[in-house]
Design a protein around this ligand. Structure first.
Ligand SMILES: [Fe+2]
Ligand SMILES: [Fe+2]
Length: 301
């Protein structure tokens, strides 16, 4: 028989899943652009025309394409040129990322924690996951653009808990304060639902590919055996790596930091066919990407 504790968890999960069902869907333009990009008979001009119908999205795309992250040399002012420069695969994910951010912006009415810090972490993980995607078997295991989206979304369940299970959120914050535990352990200690599970439910509600939902669901556990295994590994590594970078202080660096410490789990590195040298390169690539422009601002504004 189910324990009262597991019954109450089930009830909470049902409640939050109901809330998730009432959340806004992603704009239709995401499905439309995805279908056009996947259709080999559609030219880039046609895709650009669809994007141009949404001025806010067009503006965001131009800012992204002109940011140092995409490394375009001359200022790009037309959607068609922007689309031609980045190509269909990148474009599809840019539209998805911009739409996800826009949809989530409309949700965050309650502010129980620092949202700027939240997005800084999410965007950093997105960049790291993309770089990991490029390094893992030279980009053959993972689509780096999809890895960026998975990194961006991995912690989105925290926003849902904050908005719809606010009492739980406050309880989790109290456990973090009292016991100094990371969020994922504090939510377990407080008997709350995991942000990973809730985030995956949101990804499913938005009709995102299964491997993206899995990357969100498993980012604090072991990767799944099948769909999205490598993508999940990339997000697990990106998340750990960013926390490690954040905790690494200059003093620690000189005296006690173990250069091997960012390696989360040798199994993950093995799955991704990455070496310790790749991790050293990852840190340098990440720092130079983040220094080259205020990516957090471009993405989160
Ligand atoms: Fe997380
Ligand atoms: Fe995270």
């Amino acid at each position: 028989m189910a324990s009262p504790e597991s019954k109450s968890r089930r009830k909470k999960l049902d409640k939050v899943l109901d809330e998730i069902l009432t959340l806004p869907s992603l704009p239709e333009i995401v499905a439309e652009v995805t279908a056009l990009v996947n259709d080999p008979d559609t030219g880039i001009a046609e895709i650009a025309k669809v994007i141009e119908r949404d001025p806010a999205l067009s503006m965001k795309l131009l800012r992204l394409v002109n940011s140092a992250f995409y490394g375009t040399r001359n200022e790009v002012t037309s959607i068609e040129l922007a689309a031609a420069l980045v190509g269909g695969r990148v474009l599809k994910n840019l539209v998805l990322n911009a739409s996800v951010l826009k949809t989530l912006e409309g949700l965050g009415k309650k502010k129980l924690f620092d949202h700027h810090e939240f997005w800084a972490h999410s965007i950093s993980c997105a960049v790291l996951a993309k770089l990991i995607g490029e390094k893992a078997e030279k980009g053959h295991l993972i689509d780096p653009e999809e890895a960026f989206t998975a990194g961006l979304l991995h912690d989105v369940g925290k926003i849902i808990i904050e908005q719809f299970l606010s009492d739980d959120f406050i309880q989790i914050l109290e456990v973090i304060k009292a016991e100094g535990l990371p969020f994922s352990e504090a939510e377990e200690r407080a008997g709350c639902l995991s942000h990973a599970e809730i985030g995956a439910a949101l990804a499913e509600k938005w009709g995102l590919p299964l491997n993206l939902a899995h990357a969100v669901r498993y980012h604090h556990s072991s990767p799944p055996d099948s769909d999205g295994k490598y993508l999940a590994c990339a997000v697990i590594l990106a998340d750990k790596f960013h926390h490690w970078l954040e905790e690494k202080t200059p003093e620690k660096d000189e005296e006690e930091a173990d250069p091997k410490s960012p390696a989360p789990n040798p199994k993950i590195l093995k799955e991704l066919r990455l070496t310790q040298n790749d991790l050293t390169a990852l840190e340098a690539d990440f720092q130079s990407t983040m220094e080259s422009g205020d990516l957090v601002q471009v993405f989160s504004e």
